[in-house]
Design a binder for this molecule. Sequence first.
Ligand code: TYD
Length: 137
Amino acid sequence: MSIKECKLIQLPKITDPRGNLTFIEGNHHIPFDIKRVYYLYDVPGGAERGGHAHKQLQQLIISISGSFDVILDDGYEKRRFHMSRSYYGLYLGSMIWRELDNFSSASVCMVLASTVYEESDYYRDYQEFLEAVKIKQ
Ligand code: TYD
């Protein structure tokens, strides 16, 4: 997938003086069925996460608390997104190399994923990822 197809999706937000509420339904607000949810938390200052791409997996990345940056790379172009609002999700399709950095204190990064965890779906080597991107073009 091209980086241009990765996008920020504005999620429903029910504002209420008692506290706001956001919800996400698979195949409705996002273009896939949700098979797995995971989250990053207790991230120490200066840490970097990610550093991989997926062969098939689609994901939505949300900053549930605090903020962080996501750097996307489709092998041709890079884009940095600053995630700081719980009612925006960053949609990523397959074959996008991602890195996460600039985590604020007490930040929580929640990820909705289209498949269960499968190590064979990962490219963890950047050169191998680049070669696979060129073959697919
Ligand atoms: P990884 O995907 O490399 O994390 P990040 O992209 O945030 O740096 O996963 C880190 C470790 O956690 C790795 O050993 C695989 C394991 N893991 C699971 O067992 N299940 C999961 O759903 C995820 C996302 C990771």
